[in-house]
Design a protein around this ligand. Structure first.
Ligand SMILES: [Zn+2]
Length: 219
């Protein structure tokens, strides 16, 4: 991977340089504020072999999706087979197929359309669940957003704004429910106190099995 494709994140509190792989499979260099780009490039080149080795290992380990015709993606506990069509229009879900209509066979366009699918389908699933629990939570909700979130499935602010990760639709139905109800419960308890978990347990008795599920699918 070329140095120019790598994201550099500087932070004044950071003391050491580290190389990480983002959930989308990009290499990120985390470095102290004072490190120059030139210096980071040199360190990167010196460590190139070991970084790439770690990168490949992680990529294999993380179930990297291939966004092209004939490949499967997980979807709400089942799966869909991708079909790329050179056509106008949005995406379609039909007969266990995810049809991505794109202007031309271009990796970036396909990815954009795929993200449109994630965002829109996650939005529908989240809103349906929120409706289901509306008797209890509706008055407290201000706004719901579906967006890219690197490290979290969802978040909730004291003003009643809920955010959800657009990758949720790739997960199992019951897990999506857990994440939505978890954030809804924060509307009453803005912490992870025992009161919070007790409230969550009222809605999801077996919530413990979902607590530590991390993302395992990347694209
Ligand atoms: Zn929480």
């Amino acid at each position: 991977m070329k140095f120019k494709d790598i994201e550099i994140r500087k932070n004044k509190n950071r003391k050491k340089i580290s190389f990480e792989i983002s959930s989308h499979g990009d290499i990120i260099i985390k470095a102290p504020e004072r490190c120059s780009k030139k210096y980071l490039k040199k360190i990167y080149e010196e460590n190139y072999d070991s970084i790439i080795e770690k990168y490949n290992l992680l990529k294999n380990d993380r179930n990297l999706l291939k966004l092209d015709t004939g490949f499967n993606i997980p979807y709400r506990g089942g799966q869909l087979t991708i079909e790329i069509r050179i056509a106008k229009g949005n995406y379609e879900i039909n007969n266990q197929k995810l049809i991505l209509n794109v202007g031309k066979h271009d990796k970036e366009l396909i990815r954009e359309k795929f993200i449109e699918f994630l965002r829109s389908e996650t939005g529908k699933a989240v809103r349906a669940l929120v409706d289901e629990y509306s008797d209890f939570f509706e008055d407290k909700i201000n706004n719901i957003k579906i967006k890219k979130q690197e490290k979290r499935w969802g978040s909730c602010s004291s003003r009643g704004n809920l955010n959800f990760n657009y990758d949720l639709i790739l997960m199992e139905e019951e897990f999506i429910r857990y994440v939505v109800v978890h954030e809804l419960c924060h509307l009453y308890e803005m912490n992870h106190s025992s009161k919070f978990w007790a409230l969550l347990q009222e809605f999801i008795p077996d919530y413990k099995m979902y607590r530590n599920i991390r993302k395992s699918v990347f694209y």
